[in-house]
Ligand binder design. Structure first.
Ligand code: SF4
Length: 397
């Protein structure tokens, strides 16, 4: 096995007495025995495939390994190279991404594959700077690909890494200061030999040993150096920033059903939230609830619209959405814009999770055996009595 060399001879942190090289060697020895076997990882002794590393890193943003694994396998089976992905049409990529959320990532994935195929001869840049210039690749992802796929001494710092290092060095400051300090320490810790394995080892340690709650310190290769363990701070660190309540937006979704049971769907604009995905037609999403008088003129087809009891709630990164669902059945398709699709065929469309929730809600409410649709409906939410915001919220699209 290649001998590990430390990039620096600094102590990992003044006062802890553990040279960076010793910490890295200890962790790499642990990694060689306990590494997770993940479908995007190279086997020991093999070189990592930049395409697999990039694809997995994009998929893993905001998502767990367990969720990503089947998506990753499906993408690789369907598009084995970055060129294959570049030649796929965007709709099929969005469809395959369905359920992973944060759909802008899928659009950027496709765009990035296009740039690599068209301008770079299907080869990924091998430096952080070159990677950063590509669509959808930020500082973390560029560092991860540079280290894992190209052996560059780059330091990808995400929440997991932040947690592990905040504990190892007992960083007790507030979140922003800890983030800065972790960035510096991560750079010092990065070995020049096996930097990719080193950071994958930190990721594995964070996922399996130095877990957010209940870290398994007895199993930890860094237990002898861990300042949080020595000081009884493992459960307290890292300090968490107090979460701000997310703003709430409101919208109305129109569940339009024709005489054959087909439902009206449409494509969202390419740009913006859920861009290019399929949706149940609806109003814009704004900061205050809709009234019946406001919403009904925006229905996509004339009909007897009824408000379904309850509603749909969905949490996006920056806001929570509350949707009222209006349903109308036996409609004459007429000139409605969009496509009519039976619910059993929805899988053929790139429906994001929030629209799946709308479909489930509508189907459940309309199928109530004990009550005809009219009995299952309630009045559309009236505008609340508080003052109305002076300015309309952006549509979020
Ligand atoms: S000793 Fe415990 S708290 Fe410290 S790094 Fe290891 S698992 Fe995390």
């Amino acid at each position: 096995m290649k001998q590990f060399r430390a990039a620096t001879t600094h102590s990992a942190r003044p006062g802890d007495g553990a040279p960076a090289a010793a910490l890295a060697n200890r962790l790499l020895t642990w990694y060689d025995r306990h590494r997770r076997d993940l479908p995007w990882r190279a086997q020991p002794g093999e070189s990592a495939d930049p395409y697999r590393v990039w694809l997995s890193e994009i998929m893993l943003q905001q998502t767990t390994v367990a969720t990503v694994e089947p998506y990753f396998r499906a993408f690789i089976a369907r598009w084995p190279t970055v060129g294959d992905l570049a030649r796929a049409d965007l709709q099929s990529v969005l469809h395959a991404w369905q359920g992973l959320g944060y759909y802008a990532r899928a659009r950027n994935l496709h765009k990035c594959a296009g740039v690599i195929a068209d301008s770079l001869g299907e080869r990924f840049p091998d430096s952080e700077a070159g990677l950063l210039a590509l669509p959808g690749i930020g500082a973390y992802t560029a560092a991860a690909i540079a280290a894992i796929a190209f052996g560059r001494p780059a330091a990808p710092v995400d929440g997991n890494v932040e947690r592990v290092l905040a504990r190892l060095f007992a960083l007790t400051a507030e979140r922003a200061a800890v983030k800065r300090e972790v960035g510096v320490l991560a750079g010092r810790l990065t070995p020049s030999g096996r930097p990719g394995d080193f950071w994958q080892a930190v990721m594995d340690l964070g996922a399996t040993v130095c877990r957010p709650r209940g870290p398994a310190c007895l199993m930890c290769p860094w237990a002898g150096n861990c300042l949080a363990l020595q000081r009884g701070l493992t459960e307290e660190l890292p300090r968490r920033a107090r979460r701000k309540a997310k703003p709430v937006r409101h919208g109305v979704a129109f569940w339009a059903v024709d005489a054959t049971g087909a439902v009206l769907l449409r494509r969202r604009p390419e740009k913006g939230l859920l861009g290019g995905m399929t949706e149940v037609p609806g109003t814009e999403w704004r900061e205050w609830p809709w009234t019946e008088e406001e919403a009904l003129p925006l229905a996509p087809v004339p009909g007897q619209w009824l408000s379904l009891a309850g509603g749909v709630r969905h949490v996006f990164t920056h806001f929570e959405l509350e949707l009222t669902v209006l349903a109308a059945t036996d409609l004459v398709p007429g000139l409605a814009e969009g496509m009519w699709c039976r619910p059993e065929d929805f899988d053929a469309h790139a429906l994001p999770t929030v629209m799946r929730k709308v479909a489930d809600h509508a189907l459940r409410a309309l199928a109530q055996p004990s009550a005809p649709p009219e009995a299952a409906i309630g009045p559309i939410r009236r505008r609340t009595s508080g003052p109305r915001p002076a300015r309309r919220a952006s549509s979020g699209r």
